[in-house]
Ligand binder design. Structure first.
Ligand SMILES: Cc1cc2nc3c(=O)[nH]c(=O)nc-3n(C[C@H](O)[C@H](O)[C@H](O)COP(=O)(O)OP(=O)(O)OC[C@H]3O[C@@H](n4cnc5c(N)ncnc54)[C@H](O)[C@@H]3O)c2cc1C
Length: 454
């Protein structure tokens, strides 16, 4: 039986744009299949809605919420291979498997995403320079396709469909199951080292010096520091702590872990509260917080990997108009000049980014529309103010000029020509899409905006 449907206005994590859509929430895979067989001509799976823009909302059709399809199906303690339904959130995997000595092989900066969403954007973590993207650890997926049949595929079996689905933003079908290799850990702690960089040049040098020693590396930048201080930042490095690094108390339960958030933001903050002055004050305090240049500590999993999860609904800080996250990657040789150009453009427009994050990525992954390339990725959270859209157009043009690309999981404003210039494997992807979904049943608002259709 098909589940009831409602009409809702949905948005992504950035709360922009908001799109009217039919919504259904199947309780089991059988009702999901019934919806595909008999439902609307246009469909799209939605996970936890943690992509920022309009990628998780159906274009003119039915958005299928997958959060009830969240059963763990099998786990092999010898190999660490987990099979689970695609609506399982990373938070649930951590809650069950960290105390048993297993961690996610790759994790984004929030644990509130689903397995389906992680595969659909082939997400990357702070260890991309060492381990590549999420898809490197996916052994198999089950995909429900446009004609209601299910297909199992993986890197060695029906690999074209697999690599088009990994990073395919839900447009090849609905992922119903994921088989993922977890990573063994001895403790639930991270040995962390934080080093201050005076400017972008020093930040790059520190990434160079330390990327071989630390599996995890990320820098938080003061996006408003300019001139000689442009790019001043804190580089955070980490590796899973060994048992021997814990104190006596910690060693008694080295894998103790309960994922949680500490607070809620129960209402929207007034518009304009996040402005150039408040953001600048926050960044200066943050930079001054650590007095010594180089500090070491032992952190918990949540504080190292998921600091933003501490306040659930933190996106409400941006008020009702929301915000856009601009995330790009530039090829290694172009990264320094390109990032100076991008940061300067944002500063000259007087638009401040509250959170500015810099990471170094490794070689590209196999997904035909995967985001990473060898180089630096910069992300900026920009409140939606007058002048933002023209600025984003300019930033996108600059990214194309430097040979880089914008991350579709964050995008809410890219144009079709820029998308095609940034994703050279799109024609290969489109061939698979045409084969598996000839009537373009799986369509998102983002795909309609970018003219991604057969
Ligand atoms: C605070 C924060 C930090 C983040 N940090 C990172 C980071 O470090 N690295 C990174 O790579 N990303 C990061 N992201 C982005 C996030 O990891 C991705 O957008 C991810 O895809 C969100 O998963 P979701 O379950 O919320 O999917 P949704 O946002 O609901 O959907 C995302 C896409 O996946 C598709 N999809 C979802 N479920 C299925 C399914 N079952 N079958 C087929 N398609 C499906 C949707 O159609 C859509 O196209 C971050 C997001 C936030 C909010």
């Amino acid at each position: 039986m098909s589940p009831p449907q409602t009409t809702q206005f949905l948005s992504g994590w950035g709360r922009y744009p908001t799109v009217e859509t039919q919504v259904a929430r199947p309780e089991a895979r059988s009702s999901l299949r019934a919806l595909v067989e008999t439902g609307a001509s246009s469909l799209l799976a939605r996970g936890a809605g943690r992509s920022y823009g309009d990628a998780s909302i159906a274009a003119d059709g039915q958005t299928l919420l997958t959060d009830r399809l969240d059963r763990m199906l099998a786990f092999d303690p010898d190999t660490g291979v987990l099979r689970a339904e695609a609506g399982v959130r990373l938070r649930e995997i951590l809650a069950i498997f960290v105390p048993r000595g297993w961690f996610l092989p790759v994790t984004p900066g929030t644990k509130e995403v689903t397995l389906g969403g992680a595969v659909a954007f082939d997400v990357h973590g702070k260890n991309h320079h060492r381990d590549g993207g999420f898809s490197n650890f996916v052994r198999e997926i089950e995909l429900l396709t446009a004609d209601g049949t299910t297909i199992r595929c993986g890197p060695d079996d029906q690999s074209e469909l697999f690599w088009a689905t990994v990073s395919g933003a839900g447009l090849t079908g609905i992922i119903t199951e994921v088989e993922l290799e977890l990573r063994p850990i001895e403790t639930a702690y991270v040995a962390e080292r934080t080093i201050k960089a005076r400017d972008l040049e020093e930040a790059f040098r520190l990434f160079d010096e330390h990327e071989a020693d630390y599996p995890y590396a990320v820098a938080w930048l003061d996006g408003l520091a300019s001139g000689a201080c442009l790019g001043r930042s804190h580089l955070m490095l980490g590796r899973h702590a060994r048992r021997a690094q814990l104190n006596d108390k910690q060693r008694r339960v080295p894998l103790a872990y309960t994922p949680d958030h500490w607070a809620r933001l129960p209402f929207d903050l007034p518009e304009g509260l996040l402005n150039e002055w408040t953001i600048s004050a926050f960044n200066q305090l943050y930079y001054a917080r650590q007095r010594v240049r180089d500090s070491r500590s032992l952190s918990g999993i949540d504080s190292f990997f998921y600091p933003l999860d501490a306040i659930s609904d933190w996106n409400r800080m941006y008020g009702e108009r929301g915000f856009v996250q601009f995330q790009c990657v530039l090829p290694l040789e172009q990264s320094y000049d390109g990032l100076v150009d991008l940061l300067t453009q944002v500063q000259e427009r007087g638009l401040a980014s509250f959170l500015t994050v810099l990471k170094r990525l490794g070689p590209p992954d196999g997904g035909l529309l995967s985001f990473p390339m060898h180089g630096y990725t910069l992300s900026l959270d920009l409140p939606r103010r007058d002048g933002l859209m023209p600025l984003l157009d300019n930033l996108h043009e600059t990214v194309v000029e430097y040979g880089g690309r914008v991350y579709l999981a964050k995008d809410a404003a890219l144009r079709p020509d820029a998308f095609r210039a940034m994703y050279p494997r799109y024609p290969e992807w489109l061939e698979v899409k045409r084969r598996v979904d000839p009537e373009n049943r799986f369509a998102s608002a983002q795909a309609a905006r970018l003219h991604i259709a057969p």
